[in-house]
Design a protein around this ligand. Structure first.
Ligand code: ADP
Ligand code: MG
Length: 700
């Protein structure tokens, strides 16, 4: 669902996109019609259509400067991948022509055997295939035609993030249509999920960035004492944009608009140097592609402006980290939002069915939802009083919660008189679309006509959280449809289903402060899972009930699930290992030498004072502390090094390996950091080898 931005930029917007308008202008009418039908109904593409589309697409791309094409895909590394092929085909007479066939458009065979497959591909069939996702438009960037694709193995197993997302959209469409038919909708052919991901990020000075190995290798600072000023004055949030930042944002908007990404809102965020960009929502798979593009272009444009863009969930300790608010809804192919309450009793009844389906889904699969945002980076954020906790719950707001309660009891409480609130007969009270005092601490908040999943990490692909949400909601809808389709009295059954789901799953609804200690205790009483870390959350993926739901809806099969499980654990281990090794390198080759220079300086001072018969006691005190800390630093480095060796040498499966990293390596990293950060506050600033938090956070 493409939206256009009006105004001055409308000329730029989508100028590098093989958009609907371009297709309509350039494709022969029958071909255009067939392609549109394929896209709208999610059908397989006719090879003859592909042949024509390829040719027209190539001509268009060449006209705007493209010389190459690439099948653009999203392997399980979480970042996008591409291999460029030239359109040039030698003709044998020393000349060449520009060619691009339907086959090349539909299917690619990158020799992509080095991408993680979690054991899905044996070496002899290492080849992966990419297949055009014709529901997401192609575009030209850096003289290359980008074709959004899904990436599968020889046997059709998903090797990427896009495939399960597309499958889950299919599953949800199928089940949602069953519900729509029950409510008398005979025309809707396809239901899609819509998505507006708000992207948070940090900008720091590029030169300073280049002086920090931790930022270069891991995307976050592994050392750094707290500066005198952080975010306590709250003077950055929504504050005036600095000129350099503003220039960056303008440039970024323009680059994104060209690619059809409808970047809409931009502002400063809570932490110093932190910002946010929100696009207009789009169909989930397109929004996912666009979010990947957004992250990539942010980095590129930042570089051009002498800045570095940090997308890590927690680049700096002590100030807020970054997330991605995943605004999600369900819509018919003609743009009717199914999470919009509506004004007639019938609309309300249908709305309530979709609403309770989400409630049921989140309660039954809270663990799977938690898994979908589990990464080493996000562990620093979730539950750290700046982002929702690891406990999944839903915020409905007071009005809707009261409606839900009234439905459950069957009695309308207000107005003195009590009457029955019967779904499908009574109209719901008008619900404010944007509740201004809405709860920012909730992981999964209803915001008037959509849900906002706030636990998603800033650097992660939004494909995983969304294929999980789509799948679990599809399952809830399918169970509801099973019942309603067999009901004698439809209206009575709708009432019964909604009531039952509310009674059974209301424990997942929580409108209070999710950051509080009381909620942790309360959630435990309610029996809600609290999977605190990534390592606790990953096994949820292979819980039997979760395998069952993913298999049932054809989103992932058992082998694909196990491969993802392995890859997630490996990613975790690798991430922490790189961080630990980076710490060792920085501590032993930068911090320790700097500290030793300072120790010598102070020791020399002590010696000179003593020789001059002056009072050297306070300098001696400083020297003693320095020597103690320096020995502590050295010991902590050696200990971390030793522990990594032990963790890697220990026998056991990936899960126990990951546990060792969480339980042994991370605490040791914290110990090393504590000593180094203390030293930073004592050592001569001119000797300190890396830019400080103050430099980075206030340096732009
Ligand atoms: P906030 O107040 O949380 O900063 P907004 O209300 O401005 O956010 O909207 C945030 C995001 O929600 C935007 O990207 C917007 O496009 C998206 N959004 C709005 N409606 C829908 C919808 N029906 N489906 C998905 N996303 C939506
Ligand atoms: Mg938001």
């Amino acid at each position: 669902m493409e939206r256009c931005i009006d105004g001055v930029c409308s000329g730029i917007f989508g100028s590098a996109v093989f958009s609907d308008t371009v297709m309509q202008e350039r494709l022969p009418k029958p071909i255009y019609k067939k392609l549109k039908k394929t896209i709208k109904e999610g059908l397989p593409l006719d090879p003859e259509v592909a042949e024509v589309v390829a040719c027209v697409m190539k001509d268009w791309a060449v006209e705007i400067g493209a010389t190459h094409f690439t099948h653009w895909f999203q392997p399980l590394t979480g970042v996008t991948a591409e291999k460029h092929d030239s359109f040039l085909t030698p003709t044998g007479d020393g000349k060449a022509i520009m060619e691009f066939s339907g086959k090349e458009l539909i299917k690619g065979e990158p020799d992509a055997s080095s991408f993680p497959s979690g054991g899905l591909r044996a070496t002899f069939e290492a080849r992966g295939y990419t297949a055009w996702d014709c529901t997401s438009p192609a575009f030209v960037k850096d003289k290359t035609l980008y074709i959004p694709t899904a990436f599968c193995s020889y046997n059709g197993e998903a090797l990427d993030l896009k495939t399960p997302l597309l499958r889950s959209m299919e599953a949800l469409s199928k089940q949602a249509i069953r519900i729509l038919r029950l409510f008398g909708d005979t025309t809707t052919k396809r239901v899609v999920t819509t998505l507006g991901p708000e992207q948070e990020y940090f900008l720091v000075d590029k030169e300073l960035f280049m002086k920090r190995k931790d930022l270069i290798y891991t995307g976050r600072t592994l050392f750094g004492a707290k500066p005198p000023k952080g975010q306590e004055l709250e003077d950055h949030y929504f504050g005036i944009l600095k000129e350099k930042v503003s220039r960056f944002m303008h440039d970024l908007d323009e680059e994104l608009w060209k690619l059809g990404v409808s970047a809409k809102t931009k502002h400063n965020e809570v932490a110093p140097a932190q910002h946010e960009l929100a696009p207009m929502f789009a169909t989930t798979n397109i929004a996912t592609d666009h979010n990947q593009l957004t992250m990539e272009i942010m980095k590129k444009v930042a570089d051009r402006h002498g800045l570095a863009c940090l997308l890590h969930e927690k680049p700096f300790a002590g100030v807020n980290g970054s997330g991605k608010h995943n605004n999600w809804s369900i819509s018919t192919d003609d743009g009717r939002n199914l999470l919009d309450p509506g004004t007639t009793p019938l609309d309300n009844a249908q709305f309530l069915i979709f609403l309770v389906a989400v409630i049921k889904a989140v309660d039954e699969y809270a663990d799977l939802l938690r898994f979908s945002v589990a990464t080493a980076g996000n562990d620093h954020r979730l539950g750290a009083n700046e982002a929702p906790p690891a406990i999944m719950s839903i915020f409905l707001g007071d009005e809707l919660t009261s409606v839900i309660e009234q439905i459950e009891t069957g009695v309308v409480k207000n107005n003195g008189t009590s009457r029955t609130l019967e779904i499908g007969v009574s109209t719901l009270p008008v619900l404010p679309k944007d509740n201004t005092d809405r709860n920012r601490t909730s992981p999964f908040a209803f915001t008037g006509n959509k849900f906002e999943f706030r636990s998603v990490g800033s650097s992660q692909s939004i494909a995983t959280p969304n294929f999980i949400i789509n799948t679990i909601v599809a399952e809830a809808l399918s169970q509801i449809a099973d019942r309603l389709e067999n009901a004698g009295d439809f209206r009575a059954e709708v009432n019964a289903v909604v009531k039952e789901i509310i009674s059974k799953h209301k424990r997942i609804i929580f409108n209070g402060n999710n950051y509080s200690e009381e909620w942790v205790a309360e959630a435990e009483r309610r029996g809600l899972p609290n999977l605190r870390t990534t390592v606790d959350a990953i096994p949820a993926l292979i819980a039997e009930k979760n395998i069952r739901v993913l298999e049932k809806h054809g989103v992932l099969n058992r082998a694909e699930i196990y491969s993802r499980y392995e890859i997630c654990l490996e990613n975790y281990i690798k991430t922490i290992r790189i961080e630990a090794l980076t710490m060792i390198e920085m501590a032993s080759r930068q911090i320790l030498p700097a500290t030793l220079s300072y120790v010598r300086k102070v020791a020399d001072t002590v010696a000179s004072l003593r020789a001059a018969d002056a009072d050297y006691s306070c300098v001696k005190e400083e020297l003693d502390e320095l020597v103690t800390l320096t020995s502590g630093l050295k010991a902590a480095i050696d200990k971390l090094d030793q522990k990594i060796k032990e963790a890697d040498a220990s026998e056991g499966d990936s899960l126990s390996h990951a546990r060792a990293y969480k339980d042994v390596i991370i605490p040791q990293m914290n110990e090393l950091r504590a000593v180094a950060d203390r030293l930073e506050t004592i050592v001569d600033a001119s000797l300190w080898p890396i830019p400080t938090y103050g430099d980075l956070l206030f340096g732009v």
